[in-house]
Ligand binder design. Sequence first.
Ligand code: TMP
Length: 237
Amino acid sequence: MTVSTCLYEGKAKRIYQTDQVNELLVEYKDDATAFNGEKQAVLSGKGRLNNEISARLLAKLQEDGVPNHFIRKVSDREQLVQAVKIMPLEVVVRNVAAGSLAGRIGYEEGVKLKQPIIEFYYKDDDLGDPLLNRDHITELAMTDSETLDAIEEQALKVNTILSNYFLSKNIRLIDFKLEFGHTETAGQLILADEVSPDTCRLWDANTNEKLDKDVFRRDLADLPEVYEQLLHRLGDA
Ligand code: TMP
């Protein structure tokens, strides 16, 4: 496989064209950012760890019937994915109050929610990624109601699969963020982007120790060390 032009560089990843039509290479960088890029660091090992963890979680989701863009891991920091036209939407699923939800509805962090909450955020750095409801999404002509229903269904399925998977490692899935898009080939709606400790909150089920990017956001611990421990708990490949 030959890799050519960098099509896109985000805060934590670069996307390259390949010589295969409709296949892209994702390179996970060592850069860490938080609060819309206000806090930044380069953390050696982060790219390798997120590439490995995301590859495993996306493969697991595929096995369990959630179609997604992952094809295969090609190196320490790189994975091959299907080309997808990503929607500018962050889909957050929450099981336990934490982060921005705790502030929004006045819950203490750690309160278990009565049922999972799904939220949509507009991926727009200039606007600060605001919360959107379905009417906003319709107004922005981003997608239709049926597609939003399908996204919610897939997001809840991901929640069930990953909550059970992490619980088998004595880890609670507190919340997470997903991104969806349509394949360039068939226009099929599929899960894309990454599923990693950068995009999930994961707490040890006994101690509530944080095993995710909150350790960087809140200066709690060394991020690569924590991600390495998480990978270790997920088990050998
Ligand atoms: P929040 O509580 O800050 O809204 O975050 C909810 C979840 O979404 C949490 O698991 C972290 C993840 N997330 C991202 O992946 N990217 C982001 O830009 C933000 C703000 C949150």
